[in-house]
Design a protein. Structure first.
Lengths: 471, 399
């Protein structure tokens, strides 16, 4: 029996590519009905002309007795190709791959924490500003102490966000709690802003019993359903199409919320990045794609990652509105994300935000960045362009923060953290049963058997089983 | 319950612009197979059976307004396998507004095998979503939507293309429920046609069940008749776990009479196709039909094979299989997978581990060779296990 008509990728796909989009009219902006007219061949006169060459057209022009004269004169200026009407030109011009002038970077606050008098932006309230600053400090201290803990062998791994505190906190501050966050791994600040406690961070890093992930993921792979922060997954870029899916779900439910997907410059090389931007644009999904362009993907600088003008220029390639912002400027990031959020939700469209910054720390505790980049480069960014210091100057200038507040906060956080680490370290690990639960909703018989076998083994050799892990 | 289905020959029901090759048919056109499926009640002892198998205990008691067919006296209604899939899909979409479909050409085109035909018109372009061509990404999209509360059905145009989605399926679909500590669940159904077709070439003749079987956290089922196609589709959609539903390219036009009443099958149960005494033949998907054809020959030769369609590829229904092995003491596995690392290989290991004491002979596994499926019709025929080989294998096994 012959198979059903297979959309064989070799042949039909090619045909579809040429005929597909003019069999249905392109959806117009704001067309919420999503309906498309049924496919009908031969509807568009463009079909007849699609393959014409310039030379044959020129020939036809000469032949003025041609029946198609009237039709030709119209097509002197433009042609209705599949995908829309395009203006014709006799000037051969290649669009440059790299612009003469790079896309400008939006910034509000200079290094001294002074804002431009001319720039207009919605003011951040004292409450929000102080919380932003406190959380940036907390993030800094958290990073320092957990990094040290890893070096002491108390946790297996850690990854700092040093230099990217503004992106983390300021973007989080511009979102609502209903907005779904799909992080890559350098965004614990977002979770911190939303209310994740230091103890909860410590629990995850130590894989203790109270970890919401039940000790199943390596450190910094946080996840919290309560705070709408989807569990971090190690492979790069996988969160991007998932973000589009989540946005699709929000769109179906007509929720006043959007999805924010964070990713680094390196992740933009992944196939998922491109497909996700494309999908989001086609589906008109409310996603904010927030790229932390920190210049390095472990040891690969951006010059070896892509040859375009950063990430911001990739948005228009997919039909997405994009903006470049100074990632070390907390006010600018906050403003941009807030505006992006409005657009994403009210206009139901994706937005691409490229936040330029610098990865001050090593990629992770498994990396020594001095091996591939000069120490003075790192120092320049750490000292000269520090986002936390910059924001502090602005907050202090407004009279909302003092030296006293600073030292008080720092020592308090430090104390809390050390306490949290102690508690997490001493806490029981998740029980053996958690090795087998949640693989499926209900363990199937084969897993049940495997659990029994393991338990028997432990009973027979109790000395080989760690004493601090409950059975 | 007895299911009657016709051998593949009903070309009239296929609306298509394609010309068919006139191929030598595996089945004699118009012949009828009466297949008895096991009439046992849902396993009370098995805590893992999801959804009882609904039975028609009284074949005569039909609803007064039974669907009007030419044979109006029989209960139920006749349809083709792809229509059964669609029926199951439609019923679930009616029942639960969170169910949605995404894939290439599933919208107004109706899917490359017409499983989603008419659904876009009924439920809208958003709920039956046409995606751009990026399998890893639309699978990822489905996973993200599932984590946010929807229940997507992701259609791969051909299962072979899901190799591109392996990252999302393995690293996220199977894992995120576990790694998030149970906070996020992923009730997706990934489905599509697979298996060796008619001269579709190597890339369109993949048997991905063998590649996916190791992924923790997913379930795999393979349908083979309109009855179990609809039941498994519904069960898969209702399951809280990610389920991969394997359909076969050549089985979409099978016709069968299925009940009018709603029914949901269990994802973890095997189907007793033909009870017997001499040998247990385990198979699934299209090979079921080759086995049944061989069974005819075997019966004429005096053998009494017990044929089980394992249906659940992960996890195996070792209860049904075990009972059968304990009865017959001989096992033959017939599959379309490659020899190395196929479902048959795993099944052989599982049976040997659990039931070695009940076996009178080593397990024989008939699979395809470890070669890419050739295009030439004659060569393709010989990479797939044929009824004649099954007959020979049973004869040897029963010596």
């Amino acid at each position: 029996m012959a198979p059903w008509f297979t959309r064989s990728r070799n042949i039909a796909h090619h045909v579809k590519r040429n005929m597909g989009s003019f069999l249905r009219p392109a959806p117009t902006l704001g067309d919420s009905s999503w309906s498309r007219s049924p496919a009908c061949l031969g509807n568009s006169p463009a079909l007849l002309w699609a393959g014409r060459l310039e030379s044959t057209r020129a020939q036809k022009l000469v032949d003025s007795d041609s029946e198609n004269d009237a039709h030709l004169r119209d097509d002197d200026q433009a042609i209705d190709f599949p995908g829309g009407r395009v203006m014709l030109t006799s000037e051969m011009q290649f669009i440059p791959g790299y612009p003469q002038q790079r896309v400008h970077c939006y910034r509000l606050m200079n290094n001294n924490g002074q804002t431009n008098m001319c720039s207009s932006f919605e003011q951040v309230s004292k409450e929000v500003a102080v919380k932003m600053y406190s959380d940036m400090i907390t993030l800094q201290i958290m990073d320092t102490i957990f990094y040290e803990a890893q070096r002491q062998g108390r946790i297996s791994f850690y990854l700092t966000s040093t230099g990217e505190e503004a992106i983390n906190i300021a973007s989080a501050a511009a979102l609502s709690p209903d907005d779904i966050v799909m992080a890559q791994y350098r965004e614990p600040g977002v979770l911190l802003w939303r209310g994740f406690t230091l103890q909860e961070f410590a629990n995850q890093c130590f894989g203790s019993k109270a970890d919401y992930g039940k000790g199943r993921q390596m450190p910094i792979h946080y996840g919290s359903k309560k705070y709408n922060y989807f569990t971090v997954s190690s492979p790069l870029g996988t969160q991007l199409p998932q973000a589009v899916g989540a946005a699709y779900s929000l769109k179906m439910d007509n929720k006043d919320a959007c999805v924010v997907a964070y990713f680094g410059d390196g992740s933009t090389s992944e196939g998922d990045f491109h497909a996700s931007l494309n999908f989001a644009a086609v589906m008109e999904a409310p996603v904010i794609f927030l790229c932390r362009n920190n210049g390095w993907a472990i040891s690969t600088p951006t010059s070896e990652q892509f040859r375009s003008d950063g990430i911001v220029v990739k948005g228009p390639a997919y039909g997405i509105q994009s903006i470049r912002v100074d990632g070390n400027d907390a006010l600018a990031v906050h403003n941009v994300v807030r505006a992006a959020r409005q657009m994403a939700i009210h206009e139901q469209r994706p937005i691409l935000v490229e936040a330029l910054t610098y990865r001050v720390g090593h990629h992770s505790t498994s990396d020594d960045s001095t091996k591939y980049r000069p120490v003075d480069e790192v120092k320049h960014w750490e000292m000269g362009q520090n986002p936390v210091n910059r924001f502090r100057k602005w907050v202090e200038r407004n009279g909302w923060w003092s030296e006293e507040d600073e030292s008080q906060l720092r020592s308090s956080i430090r104390k809390q953290l050390l306490q949290a680490i102690q508690v997490a370290e001493k806490m029981e690990k998740p029980p053996l049963a958690d090795l087998f639960s949640d693989v499926y909703d209900v363990p199937p018989s084969i897993l049940f058997e495997q659990e029994q076998q393991l338990r028997e083994t432990i009973k027979r050799h109790p000395q080989d089983y760690p004493s601090d892990v409950p059975v | 319950m007895a299911a009657i289905f016709q051998g593949i020959g009903a070309a009239a029901a296929l609306p298509s612009t394609e010309k068919f090759h006139s191929q030598s048919r595996r089945f004699v056109s118009g012949s009828l197979f009466v297949v008895r499926s096991d009439g046992r009640p849902s396993l009370g002892s098995s805590p893992r059976s999801r959804g009882a198998q609904h039975l028609i205990t009284n074949a005569v008691a039909a609803k007064a307004d039974a669907s009007a067919t030419s044979t109006a006296s029989k209960p139920g209604h006749e349809l083709l396998l792809f229509e059964a899939l669609r029926e199951g899909l439609e019923e679930e979409m009616d029942r639960d507004p969170r169910v949605c479909v995404m894939g290439e050409d599933v919208g107004h085109y109706g899917g490359s095998y017409k499983v989603t035909k008419g659904l876009a018109t009924k439920y809208g372009d958003l709920r039956v979503l046409d995606t751009p061509i990026a399998e890893n990404s639309f699978t990822g999209m489905g996973i993200g939507a599932a984590m946010t509360g929807l229940r997507p059905i992701i259609e791969g145009m051909n299962m072979g293309f899901l190799l591109l989605a392996f990252n999302q399926i393995s690293n996220n679909c199977g894992m995120l429920h576990y790694t998030s500590g149970g906070q996020f669940k992923i009730p997706v159904v990934i489905r599509g046609p697979g298996g060796v077709g008619r001269q579709l070439g190597a890339e369109h003749s993949q048997r991905l069940e063998s590649y996916f079987q190791s992924i923790p956290g997913i379930q795999m089922v393979a349908c083979s008749t309109p009855y179990n196609a609809k039941g498994l589709m519904k069960a898969a959609i209702r399951s809280e776990n990610p389920v991969i539903l394997f359909e076969h390219v050549l089985l979409y036009n099978l016709k069968e009479r299925i009940p009018d009443e709603e029914y949901v099958l269990s994802l973890e149960e095997a189907e007793m196709v033909r009870p017997g005494e001499h040998v247990t033949i385990l198979t699934y998907s299209r090979m079921r039909y080759h086995v049944m054809q061989a069974a005819k020959t075997l019966v004429n030769k005096g053998y009494d094979p017990e044929v089980i369609d394992i249906r659940s590829l992960k996890p195996f229904d070792l209860y049904t299989i075990g009972n059968s092995v304990k009865k017959t003491h001989r096992v033959l596995i017939v599959e379309e997978c490659m020899r190395t690392g196929g479902i048959g290989a795993s099944l052989t290991a599982a049976i040997t581990e659990n039931f070695i004491d009940y076996l009178d002979a080593p397990i024989v596994c008939l699979s395809s060779q470890d070669v890419p499926t050739p295009y030439a019709g004659t060569l393709e025929e010989w990479t797939v296990v044929q009824p004649a080989q099954i007959v020979t294998a049973v004869e040897q096994l029963c010596q």
